[in-house]
Design a protein around this ligand. Structure first.
Ligand SMILES: Cc1cc2nc3c(=O)[nH]c(=O)nc-3n(C[C@H](O)[C@H](O)[C@H](O)COP(=O)(O)OP(=O)(O)OC[C@H]3O[C@@H](n4cnc5c(N)ncnc54)[C@H](O)[C@@H]3O)c2cc1C
Length: 461
């Protein structure tokens, strides 16, 4: 049953505050801003703050500008899964690095991020799915990951009291989960303690160039001179880059999520099947989403990038609710470029806060009751949505742009950037300093979408 109108975001759990307090609390405007920095990062999600932390640890003078709250968008709204299991091979070196960072993160920064290694399970509803799981095992072997395909009987020892009959599962015991409302804010504070400047309620409106190179970032509170900029602006990266004449193919997909009150311990880690994406929370409740349903509101970007996204749209077509509404008009009305001494679109939407889809919330409730009957009386105490930004091949875009030396992009984490965020931050910091990180970023270059390369999509799992 649903305890209340999901849009009302009631606080009835033992959390001291709702998850949505991450993005609904008052904005903290900066008193002053630096006039110069070695590096300026645009965006205070997990990617931006992790990069700032790795730079600050190396003594780099870094300033991060976030238009709203740290983790106010995707990085505070996600499911909290930290997984290697079933990753695209291009992401494997970076996610393996990231897992190592997560394991030591709380100790290193001296703050809890809710990380625990309780495993990740993908349950199969038929034998064909079991075969697709088995097809990923050679990748796991190649990278030394302890992923196994297990029988329905063994699955019953990991997931208790299920009301559905699965054929078996794929399981990675060393995968984990963390609390999104804690992780990026804690990393941002750690970066500050190492000397980074973290500015919130501080939108970057654009950049200035000199001789074609980056020379400054213009924010709503003034200009910061710098020769190195990172655009880690999540769902806004494409719009920011377009204002500079750089095309970044990116579409937005809305994911609805709920949080339950504490309930029976039906599982300790993460479980995904056709019905649910569910993980145990640190407070004893569950973060739950529908296993297969996402909403894509059509916008002018859908039309602009349709050809590049066709393979991904075809692959995801079963679970995608495509609609057209206000989002189309809103994006249509947004100017392509704007004066840097006037309010920009980033200040007009400080926090991208889509409403949860009530039909999806209802579906999640029904699926919880069906898959875990012992949770049928456990209330849903909060619901929210997040705009996932995705790239045409569902892996990130990370590079220094060719048209504006000094201007770098890290975006397109495509619904799985939380887990890989700390590893990405380390790799990006290496790119920005020129010192490298041992992680090859060539698969993530933006030009792969424009140089005639075939869009490479991982096979569905
Ligand atoms: C519902 C949902 C479930 C998900 N589940 C998982 C999961 O279980 N595991 C996983 O690994 N990933 C998951 N993801 C994906 C993951 O959350 C994202 O890939 C990741 O958080 C992206 O981080 P980011 O830093 O790139 O972007 P964001 O977290 O979106 O941060 C970008 C920031 O940039 C700011 N910004 C934008 N423009 C400007 C500007 N001009 N000036 C200043 N600031 C600006 C924004 O306000 C925003 O805070 C999920 C995402 C969603 C929405």
């Amino acid at each position: 049953m649903i305890a209340s109108d999901p849009g009302s975001r009631v606080n009835e759990s033992p959390l001291t505050e709702t998850v949505s307090a991450t993005w609904t609390r008052p904005f903290e405007k900066p008193g002053s801003i630096p006039t110069a920095a070695d590096v300026v990062i645009i965006g205070g999600g997990i990617v931006g703050v992790s990069t700032a932390w790795f730079l600050a640890k190396q003594g780099v003078n870094v300033t991060l500008c976030e238009k709203g709250h740290i983790a106010g968008e995707q990085s505070g709204r996600n499911w909290g899964w930290v997984r290697v299991q079933a990753r695209d091979t291009r992401e494997m070196p970076m996610i393996i690095e990231s897992m190592d960072i997560w394991r030591g993160l709380a100790d290193e920064i001296g703050e809890d991020v809710g990380y625990t290694e309780t495993g990740c399970v993908f349950a199969a509803s038929d034998d064909a799915q079991m075969e697709r799981f088995a097809a990923w095992l050679p990748t796991a072997d190649e990278y030394g990951i302890d992923t196994r395909v297990i029988s329905a009987e063994e699955l019953g020892r990991h997931v208790r009291g299920s009301g559905v009959s699965w054929h078996g599962a794929m399981i990675t015991a060393t995968d984990g989960r963390a609390e999104p409302h804690k992780a990026a804010p804690a990393i941002a504070r750690a970066a500050e303690r190492k000397g980074a400047t973290v500015l919130t309620a501080c939108a970057a409106r654009g950049i200035e160039t000199e001789g074609g190179r980056v020379a400054a970032v213009v924010t709503e509170h003034g200009t910061i001179r710098t020769s190195v900029v990172l655009c880690a602006a999540g769902a806004w990266s494409s719009m920011f880059c377009r204002s500079l004449g750089i095309s970044v193919p990116q579409l937005r997909v809305r994911g609805t999520v709920v949080r339950t009150a504490p309930g029976d311990a039906v599982l300790d880690g993460n479980l995904f099947d056709d019905h649910l994406g569910i993980r145990r929370r640190q407070d004893g409740g569950y973060t739950v989403a529908h296993g297969t349903t996402l909403d894509h509101p059509i916008t002018p970007s859908t039309i602009r990038y349709a050809f590049k996204f066709l393979p991904a749209l075809m692959q995801e077509r079963k679970g995608l609710n495509i609609s057209i509404g206000r989002e189309f008009i809103d994006e249509w009305r947004t100017p392509r470029a704007w004066a840097l001494d006037d309010t920009s679109p980033f200040e007009q939407t400080r926090v991208l806060d889509p409403a949860p889809n009530p039909r999806v919330v209802e579906g999640i409730r029904q699926n919880i009751d069906r898959v875990f009957p012992s949770l049928a009386e456990t209330e849903i105490v909060e619901a929210w949505a997040g705009m996932v930004e995705t790239s045409p091949d569902v892996v990130p875009i990370i590079e220094e742009t060719q048209s504006i030396p000094g201007f770098h992009i890290a975006t397109g984490f495509s619904g799985h950037g939380f887990g890989i965020g700390p590893g990405a931050g380390k790799a990006i910091a290496g790119m920005l300093t020129g010192n490298g990180s041992g992680i090859d970023l060539s698969d993530f270059r933006l030009s792969r979408f424009f140089d005639g390369s075939k869009i490479q999509l991982q096979e569905s799992i």
